[in-house]
Structure formats: structure tokens, C-alpha cells
Ligand binder design. Structure first.
Ligand code: HSC
Length: 711
């Protein structure tokens, strides 16, 4: 027996247990073990029925995503599912925790499905750019009908057990509603095992035998009804860069029209087509990168400092968002402002965030009361001094932050952690101001802080390992994705963003319009172009940074002053009614503004620049190259610990299209030599932006890719 699968026969029932922590992914060893166990159960004279159950947290999270792209090892999951379905003894899948993707397909191939009420099932393959490829597109419509199957597979969202049972996707539920929705515990697994064995015995007592899903046709409905639903779906899916949603619809259609074996082959080909698509490469990379990001070096065996109470200095937009994130995660939170008036405004912001959540039905009154009972508002710093963690979230001003850190360093209880939410400033300098080097760390939240999942954990030169471990633990509790950054102006995400904007500004200076640049980057996959975003956040923010860096800027650096001119002319973006676009009551999303184009024209004339023709392709290519070049510099400098963290920063911080995986993944897909050569060609134009970093050359020399550095 494979060590990942155990097999036991008792009282007429063969119990097969999947045991491959942490999520019972169906890797090769598990598939081989399960195949052997199924054959043993089939042959065992005392076994009259078979129950397949998961050990640990759940049934199975599906195929092992890390195996995709590796040489295939038998048995393939679809073949294993067919073996289960063909078993001459009734097979019962017993589900607790989650049965997702190939995990649920395994359950679909069983003859009966029993689940704990707190379990969730789903076919989320579409989020990885693939389709259920182990019979899921064929067996789901047979149980729940083609329209439900289409929705389940194209949305990829998990269903709670009760809903799944209502739809015919589960046969029997066990356990009490108590703790429903909580993560799977031992009690849940025990209740499920007993319930599934009892269910199996009941089947035998009633003389019910195997019930192959492929033979069930009652809910298949008529083809015409499906065609109407699928037509609407295809309309919505138009333009999706991933082929998976369309292929899922094709496979369901095949289930309706073709004999089962032919339709299964159709599914296999469609799965392989999707797996080979660039969109799937990007989406699978994003999934793995997000999970890898939380692995910080040097924390093995380090115990985080306990954090139960959090103080937040500053209740502006960021402070209020951070407060909500912490309250939602169950912490006791104290927010301080400079006086009673500002304290009232801060409280209003927090209440407004919750008001929106209430009106959208994301929260009920009871939950809101619970959260607000853990919130204390105050108009001085004193109530923060007993907190386990204090997060500074005041305005981005080094003098103000330095003064605050000096006060916090003196006043806050020894052993507490002092964090800054700065987006750019020197965390080492703030740590020195506090006089408590080991206690200080950066926690850079993104706006809106209660919703954005990215959290840059800025590890200063002397941050204690247990302080870093506490930050990672905090991120997990807040449901955020932490990435480790060293101290550097703008850390990871803002530095890559700045390179992107600089490349765009160069093209603007040379002849492109902001509207062309925005359109090209939307075509690339961003929801908004760089100038739409600048208008939204306000041009004064980046202007303030440029002014701060003015004294230290290398005079040889190419500098585009169009943004500065706009700020001086009061074109600060949406809030001023004009920026790169013009905003009116009838055009709140902005329209092109000839006055801005005239301003750019006169800037070019003043600087002796003759506008050249720039294509959309050149725009997206250069913007991407600039992001890659800056990402490589971050790796060279040791600010980012791995390329995939840079991808996560751009995916979650600034809306880089997920299906492209991130800038560093794009570099790997394009080929590093090609990237390097393009950068070399551009270098004379602006060396500080385009000069390829040594790490790029080193990887090429060794025949490696950025992915090699991801570990
Ligand atoms: C699939 O099933 C394809 C099949 O339809 C067809 C195959 C046919 C092939 C045909 C060939 C001819 N694999 O998220 P967490 C790891 S595609 C490998 O932090 P949570 C994860 O990386 C799959 N590893 O925990 C992490 O590793 P670490 C469809 C997987 O409690 C650890 O588990 N299934 C993995 O927040 C913990 O993960 C899905 O898309 C996997 N499938 O959430 C489900 N799943 O410890 C994907 C997880 O080293 N998984 N890991 O950091 C999830 O949604 C979440 O992980 C869970 C747990 C909800 C399971």
C-alpha cells in the first residue's frame, strides 16, 4: 500500500483513508496507493462495500497542482476515477472539510456521496485556467443537470454541503449544524466516518448496489434548454483570455450529445489544451506564488510575540481601514487621533465602512455590534501604551512620523511591537528614532486596507525574528498575503509601479497620448491604465514624493516634468475635476481633454521634442520591460527575497492581470535572453530605467529562469 493511502476492512466495510497532508492533494503516490487500495477492496472477500475518506483537515483539494507540467505518472486521475466507478461493490465517498477539483471528481466517480454538514465541495479548476479533467464536466451534469453544472464549473466557487445536497451533488449529510462553516476538526471527521459506515451498511441492508454516475441521466434535461443558457454564458465570457470557461461549456455540451466514453476523451483533450495555455501558466503561478509568499526565511522555530490588542495611531482613510481589518479578525482595537474633532471623523470613517458592509448584506447587526464592542476611540496616544502592537498610520511625513516614533518608543510597554504603515519612508530611521531597534517593523497596507489582501512586511536591519514572525502571523489572521520586503524607498510594489509609470511618462513625452497609453494597458489586461489610476488617487501624492527625492535625484536621470506642470496648473485628478481626463457631472468617469493634450504639446515644443508615432504594442512591451527590469534590481539588492513575491505585489497591489502571472512570470514566459536584449537596446535612452541588472545576466549564463529562484 502507498504510504499516503491506508486500507482496512472491518465489519464488511473496506475503509480507504487518503492521508497526504496538508490537503490530501492527489499526487502520483496517492493515486498509486488509491489504485492499489481499490483493487484490494474489490478482491477482498469480506468487503461488501467501500468507503473512501480523507485523514486530517478534509477529503482532498484535488490534483497536485505542482505536478502539472511534469512528466505524467500512472495512473492518471481520470483512469483512477473510472476504476472507482466500475467497482462491482458500492463505493461511498465520505467528505469532510473540502472536496475540491479532482478531490470532488473522485467523489463524483464514487457511487454515493456522504458529507459532513460543515463540508464544502467545488470544482475551482477554472480559477487555475483549466477545466475539471477527471470526469467532472461529465458527471456533474448527470447529478445536477447541465445548467447547474455549467455555473458551478465556470464560477469555480465552492458550495456548502447543504446547498450541494439540495442540488443533487451530495446524497446524505451527517453531523450537527454546530460549528458549520468552521475549519474541519477531529470531531467532524469522527462523526463523518461513523455516518458513512452506517450509510454503507444501510445500502447493503436495502440491497442497493453500485450506481455508476455515468449511467444517471434523469437530470440531463433537454439540449435546447442548455443551449439557451450556454448562449448567454458565451456572451458574458467573450474576450476572456483563458480558454477554460468556453471549454467547460463545450464539454457539458459533449456530455449531452456524445456517448460517455467519447465525451470523456473530449474532456481529456480540452483539459490538455487549457493546461498548455499561457493563461493557465499565469493563473497556476499566481496560486503557488501567493502561498509561497508567506514563507519568510529564518523563522523556523521562532515563536511570535502574542498579539491580542492593537493600537492604531491615526484614523484617516488608511488607519480606519486597518482598524476594520483588525476588528474583523477579532482583535481589540484602539484608534487614537490628535483631538476630539479628528477622533470623531475617524470614528465616522469606520462606521461608514461598516455601513456599506451592512447595506450589501456582508454583515448583520449582531456581528457589527460585536465588532464595535472591541473598538475604543481616543483623542490622545496614552490609551495605546498597553497595546501588544501599535501601528502608526499618520500622514506620509518623515518629520511627523519620526516625532511619533520617538514618543511611542518611550511610552509603549516593553515587549510591544511598533509598526509603521509608511509606503516609502526609511523604516530603519524610524526604528532609530524609537530607540527600540528590535521592536520596529513596517506593515505596509494597501488601500482600502480592510479589503486589499496584500501586506508588505518591511523587515528593518534590526527587526527581531519574533517581531517578523508576529507580522506573518498577524497577516494570516487578517486574511492577508504577506510579502517580505527589505528597507528601500517604495519597498517592492511601489518601486515596480514607479518604473512602470516612468516608462509610460517617457512614451508620453515622446509622442503617445495618455489615452493611448491607458488603452494599451487595458488591452494588456489591467482594469485601468496608469493615468486613470493617477487621476483616481490624486496627482499630488506622487508629486510630493518627487519633490522629496528631488535633492537626491541624479542630474543625469531622464526626468519627465509633465506631471509637475499639471499639478502646478491644479490638474490634480478626479478630486479637482481635471487631471489627465476631464470629469463632469455627466462624465464622472472622465473624458479626454484637449486642454491637456495642448499642455503636453507645448511641453514638447519647449523641450524641442518632435512627437513620434507610438503603437499600443510598443507601449505595453516597454511598460512590462520596465517592471521586469525594476523587479530584477529588487532581487539584486536583496529587497525582494524571490521573483514570485514581486509578482504577488503587482497582482494584488496594482491590478496586474492575474492570468499573466505577474511581470517576473512574463519574463520567464518571454525568455530571459529576449528580455535582456530588449533592455540592452533601450539602455542608451535612460540607463537608470533600462540597464539590465547582473542577476538577469547570471540567470541567462546558467540557463535558468526567474522561477529557479522561487525555490
Ligand atoms: C485539479 O484538481 C485538476 C483535476 O480536475 C483534473 C486533473 C486531471 C489530470 C489529467 C491528466 C491526464 N495541489 O491554501 P492553503 C497546498 S486542479 C497542491 O494555504 P487553506 C498549498 O500550496 C486542483 N498543493 O490552505 C499550501 O502549501 P504549503 C483543483 C496544494 O487552508 C497548502 O496546501 N483544486 C493544493 O487556506 C495549504 O494550502 C483547487 O484549485 C493542490 N491542489 O486552503 C483547490 N491545494 O503548505 C486549491 C493546496 O506548502 N486549494 N495546496 O504552503 C485551495 O483552494 C486551498 O488550498 C484549500 C485550503 C481550500 C484546499
Amino acid at each position: 500500500m502507498g504510504e499516503t493511502v491506508s486500507f482496512d476492512v472491518a465489519d464488511g466495510i473496506a475503509l480507504i483513508t487518503l492521508d497526504n497532508p496538508p490537503v490530501n492533494a492527489l499526487g502520483a503516490a496517492m493515486r498509486q496507493g488509491l489504485e492499489r487500495a481499490m483493487r484490494a477492496a474489490t478482491a477482498h472477500p469480506a468487503a461488501q462495500a467501500v468507503v473512501i475518506i480523507g485523514a486530517g483537515r478534509g477529503f482532498s483539494a484535488g490534483a497536485d497542482i505542482a505536478e502539472f507540467g511534469q512528466p505524467a505518472q500512472a495512473p492518471a486521475l481520470p483512469d483512477l476515477c473510472n476504476l472507482i466507478e466500475a467497482c462491482p461493490k458500492p463505493v461511498i465517498a465520505a467528505i469532510h472539510g473540502v472536496a475540491l477539483g479532482g478531490g470532488y471528481e473522485l467523489a463524483l466517480a464514487a457511487h454515493y456521496r456522504v458529507a459532513h454538514v460543515a463540508a464544502r465541495i467545488g470544482l475551482p479548476e477554472v480559477t487555475l485556467g483549466i477545466i475539471p479533467g477527471a470526469g467532472g464536466t461529465q458527471r456533474t451534469p448527470r447529478l445536477a443537470g447541465p445548467v447547474v453544472a455549467l455555473e458551478l464549473m465556470t464560477k469555480g466557487l465552492p458550495l456548502p454541503a447543504r446547498r450541494a445536497a439540495d442540488l443533487g451533488l451530495l446524497d446524505h449529510l451527517v453531523g450537527s449544524a454546530e460549528g458549520e462553516g468552521d475549519s474541519a476538526g477531529q470531531g467532524e471527521a469522527d462523526a463523518l466516518r461513523a455516518g458513512a459506515i452506517a450509510y454503507a451498511k444501510d445500502l447493503l441492508a436495502k440491497g442497493r448496489g453500485p450506481r455508476p454516475t455515468r449511467q444517471i441521466t434523469g437530470r440531463m434535461g433537454d439540449v435546447l434548454a442548455y443551449e439557451t443558457a450556454v448562449e448567454r454564458f458565451r456572451e458574458r465570457a467573450r474576450g476572456n483570455p483563458s480558454p477554460a470557461p468556453g471549454k467547460i461549456a463545450d464539454c457539458v455540451e459533449a456530455a449531452l450529445l456524445l456517448p460517455p466514453d467519447a465525451a470523456m476523451s473530449f474532456e481529456r483533450t480540452a483539459f490538455e489544451d487549457c493546461l498548455a495555455s499561457p493563461a493557465s501558466a499565469g493563473l497556476r503561478h499566481a496560486f503557488m506564488a501567493e502561498r509561497r509568499a508567506a514563507k519568510f526565511p529564518g523563522l523556523a522555530g521562532i515563536t511570535p510575540r502574542p498579539v491580542q490588542t492593537i493600537g492604531i495611531a491615526g484614523g484617516g482613510m488608511m488607519g480606519a481601514g486597518i482598524a476594520v481589518a483588525c476588528l474583523d479578525a477579532g482583535f481589540k482595537v484602539t484608534v487614537s487621533e490628535v483631538n476630539a474633532l479628528e477622533m470623531g471623523h475617524a470614528e465616522d470613517r469606520i462606521v461608514a465602512i461598516y455601513g456599506r458592509a451592512l447595506s450589501r448584506g456582508k454583515l448583520d447587526e449582531a456581528a457589527l455590534t460585536g465588532r464595535l464592542s472591541r473598538l475604543t476611540m481616543c483623542d490622545s496616544l496614552s490609551p495605546l501604551v498597553d497595546s501588544d502592537l501599535v501601528i502608526e498610520a499618520i500622514s506620509e511625513d518623515m518629520t511627523a512620523k519620526s516625532d511619533l516614533f520617538a514618543i511611542l518608543g518611550e511610552a509603549v510597554r516593553p515587549g510591544a511591537i511598533l509598526a509603521t504603515n509608511t509606503s516609502y519612508l526609511d523604516v530603519n530611521a524610524l526604528a532609530r528614532q524609537s530607540g527600540r531597534l528590535a521592536d520596529v517593523i513596517g506593515l505596509h497596507f494597501f488601500s482600502p486596507a480592510h479589503r486589499q489582501r496584500l501586506l508588505e512586511v518591511v523587515v528593518a536591519d534590526h527587526s527581531a525574528p519574533e517581531v517578523v514572525a508576529s507580522a506573518v502571523a498577524l497577516a494570516r489572521k487578517l486574511g492577508k498575503i504577506p510579502i517580505r520586503s527589505g528597507v528601500s524607498d517604495g519597498f517592492i510594489a511601489n518601486r515596480v509601479l514607479s518604473a512602470y509609470r516612468t516608462a509610460a511618462d517617457h512614451l508620453l513625452e515622446e509622442g503617445a497620448t495618455p489615452y493611448q497609453i491607458d488603452a494599451a494597458m487595458r488591452d494588456f489586461g489591467f482594469a485601468m491604465g496608469p493615468y486613470q489610476v493617477l487621476d483616481m488617487v490624486g496627482l499630488d501624492i506622487s508629486w510630493a514624493r518627487r519633490k522629496r527625492l528631488e535633492a537626491s535625484r541624479d542630474p543625469a536621470e531622464r526626468y519627465v516634468a509633465i506631471g509637475d506642470l499639471m499639478c502646478r496648473a491644479g490638474r490634480l485628478g478626479q478630486k479637482a475635476g481635471r487631471g489627465y481626463y476631464r470629469y463632469t457631472r455627466s462624465a464622472p468617469r472622465g473624458v479626454e481633454d484637449p486642454a491637456l493634450l495642448a499642455l503636453i504639446e507645448s511641453y514638447r515644443a519647449e523641450h524641442g521634442i518632435t512627437a513620434r508615432h507610438v503603437t499600443g504594442d510598443e507601449i505595453s512591451r516597454r511598460c512590462l520591460l520596465a517592471m521586469i527590469a525594476e523587479g530584477a534590481r529588487l532581487l539584486d539588492e536583496g529587497v525582494a527575497q524571490r521573483p514570485s513575491d514581486i509578482d504577488v505585489a503587482m497582482l494584488h497591489g496594482f491590478g496586474f492581470p492575474r492570468w499573466r502571472g505577474g511581470p517576473m512570470k512574463q519574463a520567464d514566459l518571454q525568455g530571459l535572453l529576449q528580455v535582456h536584449n530588449a533592455l540592452v537596446k533601450l539602455t542608451p535612452e535612460a540607463p537608470f530605467l533600462w540597464q539590465p541588472s547582473p542577476i538577469l545576466k547570471e540567470l541567462i549564463k546558467n540557463g535558468e529562469r526567474f522561477d529557479t529562484l522561487n525555490g
